[in-house]
Design a protein around this ligand. Structure first.
Ligand code: IDC
Length: 347
């Protein structure tokens, strides 16, 4: 072969190598997808681009085309605690490599530098806003969760809740992808009447800015007593009542309650569930989790899994030894993380 032939061959080989590296996302400046992820959808095929603003119709979450629509994805752990997971690349990984369409931002009110117990409110609000911005940019739905737990009764921090939700709903009134969860888990004997009286102040405060906002309302006993909501629902539209389960603690009896509430026409959202004990720890019960998720899928009830964190507890989906905040490999996930990601991928 003559010299110019050699040169051509060399040029061809360099070109080929460039193409291969580019395809693998290995050249500098090339955005690499989450490993193992399908190609990122074009902006017009994101969940929000396809389904638009949601509403509650015939007791179901419904998309802008009037079709029943199910949200599913991860809940963060407390964002004050694990702020590092509120980043765009993490949410992109959850959208593209975990096949989820929704993220829940858990803002504790009363624990661990909670919003109402010494946390820096300005910084916490910035985190929420960043989370909403990342989700919006990615065309994902996002739930702003006022994470009542230690405080038991949402009325304890009602003043702060009103102020917070007024500010958030003013900011996001034109967003199609934001849902508001006004109290995570009232508990320790707090009555449905007491929750209703709180809701009757917070819902109108949100609706003054965003008259059609979809709002999630917690129920008594750590959001298990949806039967009380079914017996005496609030007098507003576009509401979903939350049911929470932890699969190794809450089994048949709570599923039966859910089935009965579905039959009564109660709109339900499982805004938090765990694959393990209600403590967030202990052994996983994937058999019970499957029974739960199958029931939810059959009825197109939405759900978020607790939690996006690497805390050394069963419910965390990232292995405690892994400090990466996005693009996790399977072996960097916990047993829970691997299982739930596989479940989402099969949907
Ligand atoms: C748990 C966390 C744990 C944290 C605790 C604080 O997993 O790391 O120390 O809160 O009290 C819920 C709550 C949710 C709990 C979770 C597991 O909504 O905040 O998280 N759980 O106990 N309801 C039922 C279970």
């Amino acid at each position: 072969m003559n010299i110019s032939g050699n040169k051509k061959q060399k040029g061809f080989l360099i070109g080929l190598l460039f193409l291969i590296l580019t395809a693998c996302g290995l050249l500098p400046g090339m955005p690499a997808n989450a490993l193992g992820a399908p190609p990122q959808p074009a902006p017009d095929s994101t969940p929000v681009a396809l389904h638009g603003r949601l509403k509650v119709e015939n007791a179901r979450l419904t998309d802008c085309h009037g079709e029943p629509f199910q949200l599913y994805g991860m809940s963060t752990h407390g964002i004050a605690w694990f702020p590092q997971y509120v980043n765009q690349d993490a949410f992109c990984t959850l959208r593209d490599d975990w096949n989820t369409n929704c993220i829940r931002l858990a803002l504790y009110t009363d624990e661990y530098n909670g919003y109402c117990s010494g946390g820096n409110q300005k910084e916490l609000k910035e985190l929420v806003k960043n989370g909403v911005d990342y989700a919006t940019g990615l065309g994902m739905y996002v739930i702003i969760d006022w994470h009542v737990l230690n405080d038991r009764d949402p009325n304890v921090h009602k003043t702060e809740a009103l102020e917070f939700f007024k500010e958030m709903s003013a900011l996001y009134k034109d967003h199609d992808n934001v849902l508001y969860e006004i109290c995570n888990e009232p508990n320790s004997g707090v009555s449905w009447d007491s929750i209703k009286s709180y809701a009757r102040e917070v819902i109108p405060a949100i609706r003054a800015n965003d008259k059609d906002a979809v709002i999630l309302v917690g129920t008594p006993t750590w959001s298990q007593d949806i039967d009380q909501a079914a017996a005496s629902p609030l007098e507003y539209d576009n509401l979903l009542y939350t049911l929470h389960f932890y699969a190794n603690t809450h089994t048949d009896w709570l599923r039966k309650r859910l089935e009965s509430c579905i039959a009564q026409g109660l709109p339900v959202f499982v805004s938090e569930f765990g694959t393990c004990d209600a403590s967030g720890n202990g052994g996983n019960n994937f058999d019970q989790t499957s029974q739960w998720l199958d029931l939810l899928d059959r009825n197109q009830i939405s759900y978020c899994c607790w939690s996006l964190a690497n805390k050394a507890e069963t419910s965390s989906v990232i292995d405690p030894s892994c400090n990466k905040t996005s693009r996790w490999e399977a072996e960097e996930l916990s047993e829970t993380g691997r299982w739930i990601r596989e479940y989402f991928l099969r949907k």
